[in-house]
Write a protein that binds this ligand. Structure first.
Ligand code: BG6
Length: 477
């Protein structure tokens, strides 16, 4: 079903994210018939590009990042015919009047800031002072939303001077991932899980976002950020919130975000012994320090931490988070590890009776619930864990559609005016308020991350942190 006609102004249209994610996602929605034929994408950036040069940029982005089955020359041409370009000077006057005459008042107007946060405020102000944005306009902002509480507050204030909170869509692309949304369906559309979803039955939760890529190519940016700011404060925090939150009264933006906010505010401070930070060593690829172009860097590209939530539901159920670059496998998952049965009528040596619900974000999106059964055969009452497997690819069938990229869902939600999968200003600030003291403490102590081998599952110390609690990380192999 097509969304309403729109004009989407993409600031930062010549940047990496626009080429890798935003333009290809718009193209995929176009091929799916969701982007109306009178919708327009207006690229904006500082460079003086001709319309033809911009069209070539869009074509190259589609060629590079869209799968072959979705590409044909006529469709690409038709999509490109809906794209145009305006050179705009964020802080000066160049291009603004042209933009004003280009965007239509009678359609949904969305302004997408895929630019450095330092110019969020100036761009928002120009849109307002030139009368380009109106009451119904929507503003989409990319991460990083600040580097700490103070900068996030300043960004919120700057945006609030020109836009109302109901117009602001702060992107965390993890929320657009199909499985992440499915986590909410599983929790709140089944009677099966809710009675068990608490400290009485759940031993712990593990959230892993492991990547095989390094930070080469974006090292100097990344080194100012590190895994805590780049991944934990936003993506892992969102996964934790959706796993831990109370059922909202409705699947509605504010009801949902109220519940996430309560989780963040209930997070305990984290003691240093419950955090392990790492940096990958050299071999076969360059080390983190080389990629970061900073031999003295104390920035982590791996982090594992034990996080406790002080509320009735989770008091004695820790959440273990870990994320890192150049690990053995690209794998993101949430594992809800249930407790053993209170009493076993079977010999414990015959196997574990603990169930686990695994929500796989990537690769092979899906879920499985491990249940304990009798090992088939005449060998006595031996117990074995088998997965009740729900792979999305299987559920969609061999002729099923490709699972859409997170950005496709999120951009269409902006046009539909649905903020449910976007972060609210107070939520982002609360996440920084929890993160800041942890980072400040490392900086004050001058902590250096532990080296770990590329292609491994991270520093030994992270393993030891779990073993100390009598638990184990799930294998990454
Ligand atoms: C980004 C981070 O937000 O998310 C990157 O800045 C990270 O460092 C990326 O690699 C991971 O996203 P995805 O969708 O590839 O899992």
């Amino acid at each position: 079903i097509p969304v309403d006609p729109f004009d989407l102004v993409l600031f930062g249209a010549t940047g990496d994210l626009a080429k890798r994610k935003i333009l290809p996602s718009l193209y995929r929605r176009f091929t799916a018939g969701q982007m109306p034929t009178d919708a327009r994408v207006i690229g904006a950036a500082r460079s003086e590009l001709s319309q033809d040069e911009f069209h070539t940029l869009v074509r190259d982005a589609i060629e590079a990042y869209v799968s072959d089955t979705m590409k044909d020359a006529a469709t690409i041409d038709a999509f490109i015919a809906q794209c145009s370009y305006i050179a705009i000077d964020a802080k000066g006057e160049g291009g603004w009047e042209e933009l004003k005459t280009s965007v239509r008042d009678e359609v949904v107007k969305a302004f997408y800031f895929s630019v450095a946060p330092a110019i969020f405020g100036p761009l928002a102000e120009k849109l307002r002072s030139h009368g380009i944005a109106c009451e119904n306009s929507r503003l989409v902002v990319e991460k990083p939303f600040g580097i700490d509480l103070e900068t996030a507050k300043k960004l919120n204030d700057d945006l609030a001077a020109s836009f109302h909170e109901t117009q602001i869509y702060r992107i965390d692309h993890f929320l657009g991932k199909e499985t992440v949304q499915n986590l909410m369906a599983v929790r709140f559309a089944n009677v099966l899980f809710e009675p068990l979803w608490n400290e009485r039955y759940i031993d712990h939760v593990q959230i892993t976002v492991a990547e095989t890529v390094g930070v080469g190519g974006r090292g100097s940016y990344y080194d100012k950020s590190g895994a805590m700011r780049d991944m934990v404060q936003n993506h892992l925090m969102q996964l934790l919130c959706l796993t831990a939150m109370e059922p909202p009264a409705a699947f509605d933006p504010d009801r949902l975000r109220d519940e996430k906010l309560k989780v963040i505010r209930a997070l305990d401070p984290v003691a240093p012994k419950n955090i392990v930070r790492g940096q990958y060593k050299a071999g076969p690829d360059p080390s983190y320090l080389e990629d970061a172009e900073n031999p003295d860097s104390k920035t982590e590209c791996y982090i594992a931490m034990k996080v406790c939530i002080s509320n009735w539901r989770w008091k004695h159920t820790p959440f273990y988070l870990r994320t890192g670059k150049r690990m053995s496998k690209r794998m993101s998952e949430i594992v809800v590890q249930f407790k053993e049965t209170p009493h076993s009528i079977f010999d414990r040596d015959e196997g574990s009776t603990a169930n686990a619900l695994t929500i796989r974000l990537q690769p092979d999106e899906g879920m499985d619930l491990s249940v304990t059964i009798k090992e088939p055969g005449p060998g006595g009452m031996r117990l074995v864990n088998v997965p009740l497997d729900m792979s999305f690819a299987d559920a969609l069938g061999p002729d099923g559609e490709e699972i859409p990229d997170a950005y496709e869902r999120l951009i269409m939600d902006v046009i539909r005016g649905n903020q449910t999968l976007f972060m609210r200003g107070d939520e982002v600030e609360a996440a920084w308020a929890w993160t800041d003291p942890i980072i400040d403490a490392w900086e004050a102590r001058g902590d250096k991350p532990q080296p770990y081998a590329q292609g491994s599952s991270g520093p030994e110390e992270a393993l030891a942190m779990m073993l100390r609690d009598g638990r184990r990380w799930r294998d990454l192999e």
